[in-house]
Design a protein around this ligand. Sequence first.
Ligand SMILES: CC(C)(COP(=O)(O)OP(=O)(O)OC[C@H]1O[C@@H](n2cnc3c(N)ncnc32)[C@H](O)[C@@H]1OP(=O)(O)O)[C@@H](O)C(=O)NCCC(=O)NCCS
Length: 189
Amino acid sequence: MIRKLSEFDIQQVAKLHKEELSGFLPELGKEFLNLFYETSTEMPEMFTFVYEEKGSVLGFVSGVTDARGLNKKILLRRPVQFGYILLKYLITHPHKTGIFFRILTYPGFSKGGAELLSVAVAEDFRMRGIGRKLFLKTAEEFKRRSINKFKISVYDRLVANKFYLKMGCSLVTSFDFLGERMNYFEIKI
Ligand SMILES: CC(C)(COP(=O)(O)OP(=O)(O)OC[C@H]1O[C@@H](n2cnc3c(N)ncnc32)[C@H](O)[C@@H]1OP(=O)(O)O)[C@@H](O)C(=O)NCCC(=O)NCCS
């Protein structure tokens, strides 16, 4: 069953995000991700759906209707709580300070527009159509919000590139970010 993220799912979604997704956010840890998803529920431009079976969250997808400045907007909603978690991280990982500030200026979020931010399915439950269902739900939600196209950025090294092509997305551009190649896909709905 696919439904909207509730406060009771947040821990499971944060765990899935940490275990299944690449990038800087998972590195910041579960405490950061819990706060990230909790904060996202207060942002009208963001949505998250979970795929649940018998009380277990097996997958999730999140999207935003306008990605411009998203990281900053989220952090500034709860500056003290995020500040505390980030300070702890930067004190224990001082060599990551430069990366952290570059994340805030992530080029993908400068142009704005609707974006599927993350989709993940628990490893043991992949290739059963759950990812497709979550992707279609995202398209349905954007359409409901009168949006007729959205984009997705994905690391070039991930097999998810094949998934997005299967979903009917087209590769529009590629760019380098923090030393990694990223692809931007787009789909008209
Ligand atoms: C990408 C991901 C969400 C796909 O979820 P899934 O539930 O396995 O996908 P589905 O079973 O719905 O597959 C849908 C289609 O994509 C194809 N596909 C999915 N994973 C694939 C892979 N690794 N390689 C090739 N094709 C793949 C399937 O074959 C299927 O095509 P078909 O219907 O023609 O057979 C999942 O692999 C995942 O969570 N990966 C880790 C997280 C990640 O990288 N997320 C994307 C970055 S935001």
